[in-house]
Design a binder for this molecule. Structure first.
Ligand SMILES: Nc1ncnc2c1ncn2[C@@H]1O[C@H](COP(=O)(O)OP(=O)(O)OP(=O)(O)O)[C@@H](O)[C@H]1O
Ligand SMILES: [Mg+2]
Length: 411
């Protein structure tokens, strides 16, 4: 593959390199304008487009929007002398080419969904996917990949909080998907001055969306401060720390448990999560004990479990399993405490970091919104908040109670 690119003179920049290195069958590339989405996503499909008898589609909201990707692939194939024949539809019709290996490649418009029926595909490239209709993707396009286990790349700049944002959140949990997000300035060929000039001109939420590659609609987010680039890292328990937990008990919904410690700079570190449906309390206690042990660094101490105050029976059961479980105080303004912890400090780093393996917590952070209710008190939407509730309980407990608790030594 790299040889093909080298012959073309294509040298991916670091962000594009990360995108190409992702090895899942489905890839979602979210990035600011001019990041290099079209170039990278088209050339990503070069091995597929050169394969024997492979059929692939480039689909965009219009024929015109499919053209950059089509051209990148056409030029790459032409350079290798791999094209048998081609017919360009330009801005008004489908373009197609046939390769010497018996493959075919079509550039199609989602504005003509009837043209998207019937074919089975080895690969599919969606351009400006956030402008596509959800139905077109779900009903016409995704099923085309089923029989040949085709690959998918969907590349786009975000567009409000629409179905693409939902997909971005949803696929964080799915093993055959990989999502990547970048800003315009991750393309080193874009002048800094140009970005600064746009920043000065545009409303911040538009700039963050179009250049930052962020799903904004910030106004509705309960934790607008949360930014994966700032708050997510690979973390380990600091030696000698007290490891507390926050627990939200699930009755019909999942139970979520988070493990938190403070580092030497008094920063809160979310080290691990447990997210389980339909578990009885004995199983939960066992899993908690196993993760306590797995996390412990030398000299770590098991602290408290700050629990959902509605779960008095569960709390009593956990205490019987030797867990220092207490009811969290729901009145402590946990959301404000979490928000305060998320803000950057004088050294530019935030007061709360999350381990990248806490996928459910990360998904909830980005999707959690205030309900659009007519009621007087602002309330977040119920639903995707189990880890966030557990976090709130732990942060409130760890912020308000005195830091040191004596517990059993973990190792
Ligand atoms: N690795 C690279 N090497 C050389 N030039 C690059 C590279 N990546 C991107 N570019 C250049 O940067 C510009 C933007 O690239 P491209 O059109 O792929 O970005 P895009 O994210 O699809 O932009 P848009 O948001 O306008 O659709 C183009 O001029 C392209 O040639
Ligand atoms: Mg493009």
């Amino acid at each position: 593959m790299n040889d093909l690119w080298r012959n073309l003179g294509y040298e991916p920049h670091a962000g594009q390199h990360e995108f190409h290195a992702a090895d899942r069958r489905f890839k979602l590339l979210i990035a600011g304008a001019r990041f290099g989405k079209s170039m990278a996503s088209a050339l990503e499909m070069l091995p597929e487009a050169t394969a024997m008898r492979a059929r692939g589609w480039i689909v965009a909201p219009s024929y015109a929007l499919a053209r950059p990707e089509y051209r990148y692939l056409r030029d790459a194939l032409a350079l290798g002398g791999l094209i048998l024949g081609q017919a360009e539809g330009g801005r008004d019709g489908a373009s197609r080419l046939h390769t010497r290996a018996g493959g075919e490649l079509w550039a199609l418009s989602a504005g003509r969904p009837e043209g998207l029926l019937g074919e089975e595909l080895d690969w599919l490239l969606l351009c400006e996917a956030a402008h596509l209709d959800r139905q077109v993707f779900e009903r016409y396009l995704r099923p085309r990949l089923g029989t040949r286990l085709g690959r998918l790349v969907a590349a786009t700049t975000p567009r409000g909080s629409n179905w693409m944002h939902e997909l971005f959140l949803r696929v964080a949990e799915l093993g055959d998907w990989q999502r990547l997000r970048f800003a315009t300035w991750d393309n080193p060929r874009i002048e800094r001055q140009e970005i600064d000039s746009a920043r000065q001109l545009l409303p911040p939420e538009v700039f963050d969306e179009q250049y930052g590659g962020e799903f904004t609609a910030r106004a509705g987010r309960v934790y607008p401060e949360f930014n994966p680039a700032l708050h997510v890292a690979t973390l380990a328990a600091p030696p000698g720390s007290v490891i507390d937990r926050g627990i939200d008990f699930g009755f019909t919904s999942p139970t979520a448990c988070l493990w938190l410690a403070r580092d030497a700079q008094d920063r809160l570190l979310v080290l691990a999560e447990l997210y389980r449906h339909g578990q009885v309390i004995e199983e939960l206690a066992h899993e908690i004990a196993a993760i306590d042990t797995a996390l412990a660094a030398p000299g770590c101490v098991a602290g408290r479990a700050y629990c959902d105050p509605a779960g008095a029976i569960q709390i009593a059961s956990l205490r019987r399993h030797m867990l220092d479980a207490v009811a969290a105080d729901n009145r402590l303004g946990g959301i404000d405490l979490v928000r305060a912890a998320l803000r950057p400090r004088a050294d530019g780093r935030p007061g709360l970091m999350v381990d990248r393996r806490c996928v459910n917590l990360l998904r909830e952070f980005e999707g959690y919104r205030w309900a659009q209710s007519a009621g007087d008190a602002a309330r977040p939407e119920k639903g995707n908040d189990h880890c966030l509730d557990a976090l709130r309980y732990a942060v409130a407990g760890m912020t308000v109670t005195v830091g040191w608790q004596q517990g059993p030594r973990l190792c």
